[in-house]
Design a protein around this ligand. Structure first.
Ligand code: SF4
Ligand code: SF4
Length: 429
């Protein structure tokens, strides 16, 4: 049942060589950035600047009013001109703060730097909370929340696996800055009062393993080599592989906190320099891209402009925010790069190419969560919430395998996502 244990894992081509050794291209928007007022599911923000205000890289722009504490800082210098509603990569229209760029890129210190070696676990947690750092591997969950109750945590896993095809953004980050990766691991270990911290890297990245091992020399941070299979980067699979443990809802049940490598690097940089997240490295790749590339862009950069400036044509393709497996198909390029996004994947063909289900059962055979995606998709079509629940749609990890494997080119994962949304809505009611 599990692809992780099955033979199909070897058949998913990585396509990493298209971008992993190319240099990163810096791109700036010509006029404006649009900073999404979104933190996970929370869109309730207090705006801390007035229209017409001059802002700098690092100016605190907004702050969540409810739920977890997530401040948002400016990624550019310029003038705040107000809010607008735009399509967000979550496929919903969301409020965005518009900053007209002055092209000076003047930065201010967003917060006082802190020496992690001398700081207490409480001070590190307080810093992380005020930094606005969210999981940069795609989930966008506030990082500090994982460290609020560190009792029982013995191990930190830094996830540098990046198992999705095409994406090399984390690879580039780690290869360019292994020192801050190790610092980030040390900070996280100290913040959780954990005994161990492991950097998890796929075996087929010997260059990355070497560079990280060198940077870790003399420290208590270790490298764990993991198999090159999909979805090895999924938390549950990583915990199973490295710790030989299973858990029900959260890795903390197994005494583990998992953080993405980019998140660890960013946290260490923030503490050293007092800088908020301003830029993102984004892999622009996929079968329909002639010149795949990694770009460094400010948070809030319109995707349309990335394509215009790299000369890419988005007609008759499938555009995905994220990788081809876990990313979301987006109907157009009107969304922006947010803090958690690390890839834009462009595949040939459109969603209209799908044909009827062949009832081949492949999606069920290869689902690593042991689900029957086609049955969940059918329940969505029928609007049958009971059946969606009975088929345990909420256990889907959105790995994208059912879509990848489907010979009929059906967006099976998208249908399972719809089921999850419908069940979540029902629960809310
Ligand atoms: S996306 Fe969900 S339903 Fe589809 S294979 Fe992955 S876990 Fe299973
Ligand atoms: S893989 Fe596609 S064609 Fe096969 S059963 Fe699943 S949805 Fe139907």
């Amino acid at each position: 049942m599990s692809l992780f244990l099955g033979k199909m894992c070897e058949r998913i081509p990585g396509h990493k060589s298209a971008t992993d050794h190319e240099s990163i291209l810096d791109i700036m928007p010509t006029k404006e950035v649009y900073i999404p007022l979104v933190a996970g599911n929370n869109t309730n923000f207090e705006i801390l600047v007035n229209e017409g205000d001059q802002v700098y890289i690092g100016t605190k722009l907004a702050q969540t009013k409810t739920g977890f504490n997530v401040p948002i800082y400016s990624s550019v210098s310029g003038t705040y001109t107000g809010q607008t509603k735009r399509m967000h990569s979550s496929l919903r229209p969301q409020n965005h703060m518009v900053i007209q760029i002055d092209h000076k890129q003047t930065a201010i210190q967003a917060f006082e730097p802190i020496q992690y070696e001398n700081a207490s676990a409480e001070e590190l947690l307080e810093f992380t909370k005020n930094s606005g750092l969210v999981g940069l591997g795609g989930a966008g969950f506030p990082t500090y929340v994982k460290y609020l109750k560190p009792e029982g945590i013995h191990t930190i896993l830094i996830n540098a696996v990046e198992c999705e095809p095409y994406i090399t953004a984390d690879y580039k980050l780690v290869m360019n800055d292994p020192k801050h990766l190790i610092d980030g691991a040390k900070i996280m270990k100290k913040m959780a009062n954990a005994q161990h911290a492991y950097i998890c890297i796929k075996k087929n990245h010997p260059d990355m393993i070497d560079i990280v091992k060198q940077a870790a020399q003399g420290s208590d941070i270790e490298v764990k080599e993991v198999p090159n299979v999909y979805p090895m980067g999924w938390e549950r699979v990583l915990v199973r592989e490295v710790m030989k443990k299973e858990y029900d809802k959260l890795p903390s049940e197994a005494g583990v906190i998992v953080n993405n490598a980019g998140t660890a690097i960013e946290l260490a940089r923030m503490m050293e320099y007092g800088e908020a997240i301003a830029n993102k490295i984004v892999t622009v790749s996929g079968e329909a891209v002639k010149r795949p590339i990694n770009v460094r862009v400010p948070v809030g950069m319109p995707v349309k402009e990335i394509f215009e400036q790299t000369g890419f044509n988005t007609d008759s393709v499938r555009l995905m925010a994220g990788g081809p497996m876990m990313g979301k198909v987006i109907p157009n390029d009107m969304f922006v790069i947010d803090r958690a996004m690390n890839a834009l994947t462009i595949l040939p063909g459109t969603v209209d190419d799908a044909i009827a289900c062949l009832r081949c059962g492949s999606c069920s055979d290869h689902c690593p969560a042991g689900l029957q995606p086609v049955r969940i998709a059918n329940a969505v079509k029928e609007g049958n919430l009971e059946e969606m629940e009975r088929r345990q749609a909420m256990s889907c990890i959105e790995c994208g395998l059912c879509t990848y494997i489907c010979p009929s080119h059906i967006e099976v994962t998208e249908n399972v996502r719809k089921a999850k949304r419908a069940l979540a809505l029902q629960k809310k009611k």
